[in-house]
Design a protein around this ligand. Structure first.
Ligand SMILES: [Ca+2]
Ligand SMILES: [Ca+2]
Length: 176
């Protein structure tokens, strides 16, 4: 496994622990889903509902696969097993990635503008310089837009244990 993948998982665990309790619980995902929905005021109710459902499904999948001691919480030790068998999460992750990108494309033209991207990624908890570095790595057009599928693929790469030097690594390291 790549060290970069471990660092990516460590970062996302800290962000998913939205209430700062030190472990992941269903409340974290509801809290984050609410924040993310609020960051996409121009999106349809259907798109926000899909996002909420994707967050819940993601939690349910994580809990079923990773909560080894069945206490209803996922510690970092439990969470880190996620990178060992990404195939068990791929369907839930794809759902999550696609509904997030859809939320960032309120007019459904297949393009995500920097403003919407920044709003959603800020709601998840990433820092602005990292968000801009990631957006730039996705090679935006002259109009400063990226293709939604590029973002979806980037999210999937982020969770891939054998990937290093990917766009998503811009979220982990301080931009130079
Ligand atoms: Ca928590
Ligand atoms: Ca547990």
């Amino acid at each position: 496994m790549e060290q970069a993948a471990i660092e990516r998982v460590r970062l996302i665990f800290g962000l998913f622990d939205a209430d700062g309790s030190g472990s992941l619980e269903p409340e974290d995902f509801d809290l984050m889903a609410t924040r993310v929905a609020a960051a996409a005021p121009e999106s349809s109710e259907a798109a926000r509902a899909a996002m909420l459902a994707a967050f819940r499904r993601y939690w349910t999948t994580l809990a079923a696969e990773l909560d080894v001691n069945r206490d209803g919480r996922i510690t970092f030790e439990e969470f880190s097993a996620l990178v060992l068998s990404p195939e068990r999460f791929s369907a839930a992750l794809a759902d999550f990635a696609e509904s997030l990108a859809a939320l960032g494309d309120p007019d459904s033209d297949g393009l995500v503008e920097r403003e919407g991207f920044v709003a959603l990624m800020t709601a998840i908890g990433f820092a602005r310089p990292n968000i801009d570095a990631l957006f730039d790595a996705f090679q935006p057009s002259a109009a400063d837009r990226i293709a939604a599928p590029v973002w979806v693929a980037g999210i999937k790469d982020y969770y891939s244990p054998d990937k290093a030097g990917i766009a998503g690594d811009h979220l982990v390291v301080a931009p130079g």
